[in-house]
Unconditional design. Structure first.
Ligand code: ZN
Length: 304
């Protein structure tokens, strides 16, 4: 895991391999990153170490919890079950503010090019999900530092009644060492597109994906779908919610054609067992890496 990406995830703003040191009262960036050694060092207070040290010290958690946090943040699913990391300095995201970011969705040109030009998503689906976009780096706190990169899409995660629980960004321009998808610090992981469950008939197939973009592709192809971004860190209340809604929930999945895809499938089997649902596996055609890819290759190209 590139250390500068980890630092960004921890809420530090990295510029030219430097940032303000979080370990002393710093007004001029004195913490430097060595990209080749994947380490950091502060030339004022001499704080130094690797990615795990940085996570341990910034989050104030022991080694094991820092490793778990790093794994979750990078969507690496660890097989061992462990409860969500309890952070010492735990400020939950500013949900009211996040909600205001997506209350009147806007789609800028880069967002439109991606959603409709490249991916051929159904505009009605994009509207249903309330996907918005930003052209300026945007904080996730009322009076915070910029957090979401720009240009980015903003994906609102809602509860079943449509209230915003969290907002995830998806960068539209790739930057070295910066994760493509970001949740605010100290987020809990929720199911994406929970409001669809209100429209799900008994025994109607419900498709499950790991990523939001695959979920949009599934919805655009006329299926009912949710996304579970990290099955290992899903909240008990979300499990309970899924369990209570439908007896014999009829889950379907197209695992990605790779090792993480297999891991997700195995994780979903656990989730399915846990909520008393059955899970049907579908195979993607040869040469399609995920459902989005399959959807693009099989959808008409006249949309723009
Ligand atoms: Zn320092």
């Amino acid at each position: 895991m590139p250390i500068e990406g980890v630092a960004e995830r921890l809420g530090l703003r990295v510029n030219k391999h430097k940032c303000l040191c979080p370990f002393h009262d710093d007004s001029h960036p004195s913490l430097s990153f060595s990209v080749s050694r994947n380490t950091y060092r502060c030339f004022v207070c001499d704080a130094h170490g690797d990615t795990i040290d940085l996570a341990m010290k910034v989050l104030g958690v022991p080694f094991r919890d820092a490793c778990k946090w790093l794994a979750d943040e990078h969507n690496i699913i660890t097989t061992e079950y462990a409860p969500a990391v309890k952070l010492v300095k735990s400020y939950p995201p500013d949900v009211e503010y996040l909600s205001s970011l997506v209350s009147r969705p806007v789609l800028n040109q880069v967002a439109r090019d991606f959603l409709f030009g490249q991916r051929h998503y159904n505009p009605k689906v994009v509207e249903w999900l309330g996907i918005s976009s930003i052209i300026e780096p945007t904080p996730c706190w009322r009076a915070g530092k910029p957090f979401y990169d720009a240009p980015s899409l903003l994906f609102p995660y809602r509860d079943i009644d449509g209230r915003v629980l969290n907002v995830q960004s998806r960068a539209l321009v790739k930057k070295e060492g910066v994760p493509r998808f970001r949740f605010p610090r100290n987020s809990s992981i929720h199911v994406f597109n929970l409001p669809i469950l209100r429209y799900l008939k008994d025994n109607e197939p419900l498709y499950v994906s790991e990523g939001v973009t695959d979920c949009i592709a599934l919805l655009s192809s006329g299926k009912k779908a949710i996304a579970i971004p990290s099955a290992t860190t899903l909240k008990d209340e979300d499990f309970a919610r899924l369990r209570s809604l439908h007896k014999g929930l009829n889950l379907h999945v197209y695992p990605d054609n790779d090792t993480p895809g297999e891991r997700l499938y195995n994780n979903l089997l656990d989730v399915a067992n846990c909520i008393g649902a059955c899970l049907t596996r579908h195979e993607l055609p040869e040469g399609c890496k995920d459902f989005s890819d399959y959807y693009v290759k099989s959808s008409p190209t006249i949309l723009n």
